[in-house]
Design a protein around this ligand. Structure first.
Ligand code: ADP
Length: 515
């Protein structure tokens, strides 16, 4: 946020939304110096003080203070900062004086800046004041906080490598200065007192997880999944693995542009969410889940603000995978004659598309969708995502791999005991099954084994479970056909087509990846 242009252009009242009062005031002071303006800061506890904290007038009452700001005797070329004025917005007199100020300051070189941790603008004032969001601290500011604390505690902490220092700073991106300072202090104490000597960067990341959760829309995910937990989807895995250094300094020096993101489309249960989780480990960046449905709020302007906060927080986090699950739920059927939210979804969607197109931050978006028919076509246009993948059903080879992955996961000893002939039957009987349905069959087989005196899991148990399952692909055959027809021309197949692919296998749609 760049204040001087607003002040120079005679914006009479600015409403600055930020939980970081002192940081915002430093920035206002800088602007005042640059524009050669005086500064007066008011609070109900201190009255008016100058930039050095020296008392100017002990006016504690908000109405008296506002009258003083509006009064003709105050010098021109002054910026007035008022703390917590939003708490007085229920007074008709306060609103009246503010409207008078808005009208008169336009002609003068005086600016009123209201600093508030919350955005609370009464309808009567909406046209009189300009709301500005104060950005989260930049990398240099976070680094400076860390350096000060590190210098003070170096004796206890020992030497921290440059790599770890970089990870610590990255881990604190997205926090306010106060949050970062608290997170660093807490992590430094814990890393010296905890027997296991945890890495400071890990501890800071844990603190950030709590801060990100506060938005109510973003959630930190500690994903443990890796490429080896995904059966099949070879093209997708190769695409991601080729970019495993994409967020490094080395890649920037090489001149590589930052990857933007990918869209994963396919029937439910085929491994889209699993891939998003694994992607964070393949790319070596944290995973943040963005529940876009929660953006939509009841009050006017609330949805737009939620969207801004979410994007701002995610961007400030630095390198990350921003996972938008089941995106179609937020934007499906948007703008149709039946839509009743007076264009809110449309505006939010527009904001999102513009951000995707213009973003220059290392925030890698993975959007997953279970349907494509209701998606706005603009979303699928070139330039939004780096690639669109069709995540189809696993073929015979991949089904065997997926069954083995889950047997290994739950009953590692059983894997070698499953007879090859029974596995072959399982693979044959499970044509049309998704990864999730294969996982279910393994779990169901384990229940059978457990029921029989907790004996070892057998291939036959899994086969029985498969035989009594009616896969979703049968119930939603029309959807699957439509999606694979669409994928034929519009997407890359996440699966590699093997020679052993089933006949008429619907997973074979979509281009193959060329690397
Ligand atoms: P989607 O997001 O496509 O609806 P998920 O990724 O949530 O599907 O799949 C649900 C679960 O099914 C996963 O957590 C995983 O255990 C299993 N699964 C799905 N696809 C695969 C796969 N290709 N390989 C291994 N497991 C899979």
């Amino acid at each position: 946020m760049n204040l001087p242009p607003y002040i120079r252009a005679h914006y009479p009242i600015l409403y600055l939304v930020t939980p970081e009062e002192s940081r915002a005031e430093s920035s206002i002071l800088e602007a005042a110096k640059a524009l050669k303006r005086d500064l007066q800061i008011w609070s109900t506890t201190e009255g008016f003080v100058n930039e050095k904290g020296k008392s100017i007038a002990q006016t504690e009452d908000a109405i008296d203070a506002l009258l003083q700001v509006h009064g003709k005797e105050t010098p021109d070329k002054t910026i007035f900062v008022m703390r917590d004025l939003h708490l007085y917005f229920n007074s008709p007199k306060v609103l009246r004086i503010l409207r008078d100020i808005a009208r008169d300051f336009k002609q003068l070189s005086k600016t009123l800046i209201i600093i508030s941790p919350v955005r609370k603008v009464p309808a009567e004032l909406e046209r009189d004041l300009t709301v500005l969001e104060f950005e989260l601290p930049k990398r240099e500011e976070i680094e400076a906080i860390f350096n000060t604390l590190y210098t003070n505690n170096k004796a206890k902490l020992g030497t921290i490598s440059d790599d770890e220092k970089e990870r610590i700073i990255q881990a604190a991106m997205g926090l306010t200065t106060v949050e970062a300072e608290n997170a660093f202090s807490k992590a430094m104490v814990e890393s010296t007192t905890d027997e296991s000597k945890p890495l400071i960067s890990k501890l800071v990341l844990r603190e950030k997880a709590a801060a990100v959760r506060k938005t109510g829309i973003l959630e930190y995910f500690e994903a443990t999944q890796t490429a080896s937990d995904i059966g099949g989807l070879e093209n997708l895995k190769t695409w991601l693995t080729t970019r495993n250094q994409a967020f490094t300094h080395k890649a920037r020096q090489f001149g590589l542009p930052l990857p933007r993101g990918i869209l994963l489309a396919g029937l439910p249960g085929c491994g889209k969410s699993l891939s998003a989780k694994a992607a964070s480990n393949i790319l070596g960046v944290p995973l943040i889940r963005f529940d876009i449905g929660k953006v939509f709020g009841g009050l006017v302007g609330e949805s737009e603000r939620n969207m801004r906060t979410a994007i701002q927080t995610a961007e400030a986090v630095g390198s990350c995978v921003l996972w938008i699950d089941e995106m179609e739920k937020a934007f499906a059927g948007m703008g149709g004659s039946g839509s009743s939210d007076s264009g809110t979804s449309q505006r939010i969607f527009g904001n999102f598309i513009t951000w995707m197109q213009e973003k220059t931050t290392p925030c890698f978006v993975i959007a997953t969708v279970n349907r494509i028919d209701s998606l706005p076509p603009e979303l699928l246009r070139k330039g939004r995502f780096d690639e669109i993948f069709f995540v189809g059903l696993p073929d015979a080879v991949n089904r065997e791999e997926i069954i083995n992955i889950h047997v290994r996961r739950f009953r590692p000893k059983a894997e070698k005991l499953i007879k090859a002939s029974v596995m072959k039957e399982c693979v044959k009987a499970s044509e049309g099954f998704s990864g999730a349905e294969l996982e279910e069959a393994v779990i169901s087989g384990m229940y059978t084994a457990f029921h029989h005196d907790a004996r070892e899991l057998l291939g036959e148990d899994i086969l029985k479970a498969i035989e009594i399952t009616n896969p979703l692909s049968k119930a939603r055959a029309a959807d699957l056909k439509m999606m694979s027809d669409w994928a034929e021309c519009n997407a890359v197949n996440a699966n590699k087509i093997t020679a052993k692919a089933d006949k008429g296998d619907k997973s074979s749609s979509g281009r193959q990846l060329e690397i």
